[in-house]
Design a protein around this ligand. Sequence first.
Ligand SMILES: Cc1ncc(C[n+]2csc(CCO)c2C)c(N)n1
Length: 238
Amino acid sequence: MSPAPTTDASATDATATDATGRLSLWLRDRSEPDWSAVVAHRFTGELIAGSVADDVMRRYLIQDHRFVDGFVALLGAAIAAADRFETRIPLTRFAAMVTSDENDYFLRAFDALGVTEATRRDTPDHAATTTFQALMTEARLTADYPCCLAVLVVAEWSYLTWAARADGRLPDRFEHAEWITLHDNPFFRDFVGWLVSELDRVGPTLNDDARARVEDLFRRAVAAERAFFDAAYQDNRD
Ligand SMILES: Cc1ncc(C[n+]2csc(CCO)c2C)c(N)n1
């Protein structure tokens, strides 16, 4: 019943119309049209083309840097809630990567874009950031592995999918190019393939209620990703 783990999550074109097959594909279907809006968002297209306006990039990165903290906490909850040791290992390695390479990118990009610490401190959270933080907290506090996975999978799989669209073409500026390669490289591809396969592994163990909770979190996470990208184009804070 359980499918072989995929190692190339971005190449998955299949759709699933019922939840008895691959839960990941079913959830992705159920999150349309938001899923497609996320992976083909104006922001990601402009990033790949290297044409994102600097103020858009600044707004996005200031908010996204705040996302990482809650994300790492959610990863920690998934590590704690996972059903076996072999599952904790990739999650732990990934947590180490997120807190080293990725944080370094943010700091260099802030420098290059002239974003000072004072600006970061004085910029309030956008409503889309607050929504996402709340969703990650909600998933974390379930202390339930499939619920944690639902939100993690959305955050990772959607990013791999849009980044893979660059297909080897990279824009000149590192602020743009590295944000793409951070989300489409062999390590990340393997990790996301594994993470998606985890959702498929636990899928058949869920009863209807548990699956409904996972679906609700997954769909709200996709909607939150869409709103997060939209927010980069909004000057106001609400
Ligand atoms: C709103 C938002 N959603 C998802 C990601 C993706 N993401 C967050 S942490 C992480 C791990 C290392 O890159 C990844 C892929 C993001 N950055 N911002």
